[in-house]
Design a protein around this ligand. Sequence first.
Ligand code: TXA
Ligand code: MG
Length: 331
Amino acid sequence: MHRWTVNLNTRSWLDSPEAAEVAGSLTAGQLIAVPTETVYGLAADASNGEACARIYEAKGRPQFNPLISHVESFSRAQTHGVFSPSAIKLAKAFWPGPLTLVVPRKDSSPISSLATAGLSTVALRVPAGPVMRFLAETTGRPIAAPSANLSGKISPTTADDVAADLGNSLAWLIDAGPCTVGVESTILSVIDDNVRLLRPGGLSREDIEAVLGYTVEGVPQIGGTEAPLAPGMLSSHYAPRAGVRLNAHNVKAGEALLTFGSLPVEGQNLACSVFNLSETGSLTEAAANLFSGLRKLDATGSGQICVAPIPFTGLGEAINDRLIRAAAPRD
Ligand code: TXA
Ligand code: MG
């Protein structure tokens, strides 16, 4: 695996020899870890079925769980999917950004049926992270990219997180530092003008509803072997090695504590380790720190992580969603 460090504060990375090599490697069907504003993605050419198969294989991911295709612009997205007036409104308001739109797939789209898991819809995103957009634009290919972690485990927000899980499967690991948003994109299904929230994420429900002018329905959980609509529908996901205890108002001896805000939790001094998602009570900061906090506490070797209550407003909806899945019963 080659590692390429990109400084997003300059534009010089765009002309570096690595940029061309990475684009060539992607076009050749290899796997690349690519930073976005949400999490690091395990990227491959979405129009190449074999390359998509490599993603599923590297992650150990169930084949029925479809992948998001990343493109550089809304106009490119319109070559792959059918955008209703509501979908156009959302794309114009929030792209580039942490929003994925599931829309009817165009027959003429070259996106592999392995990336869409054979569905008649396609998940499209124009990320704010410039590296992914650059690769989509230079290669002219849609880029399939789930989070770059082993299936069911904690999503990666740094290049080192990616290397720990998937280092052996990658041709390139692109390191652009920690992700600014820190939780995956919000996924909305927009079929005609019927908008449903498939997964809460880095764009808050409040922001979406303000643009649409009406409330958005969530989708009820589906269990068992039924094909899930979004990863939120698999019960255990984002799971650390340790057990996870939610809504903890006190700490039991030896637990690791994931906390939020300035107030101490009862028995906090009994914790083997403490990670505060945001001392100032900022949910944006907490989202950015969530997965690295879980990884740090898991690395202490404690058998259990207890989590202080976190508000459900704004990005709190996505944070609580990920924590509930991290705490879900495992196989
Ligand atoms: O922020 C993100 O969304 C990150 C970065 C890398 O962009 N990607 C990500 O991908 O979280 P992934 O594969 O972990 O989650 C995407 C989920 C899939 O698990 C799937 O359930 C849902 O999107 N999805 C994809 N295509 C779909 C479709 N046609 N219909 C419904 N859900 C779909
Ligand atoms: Mg994921």
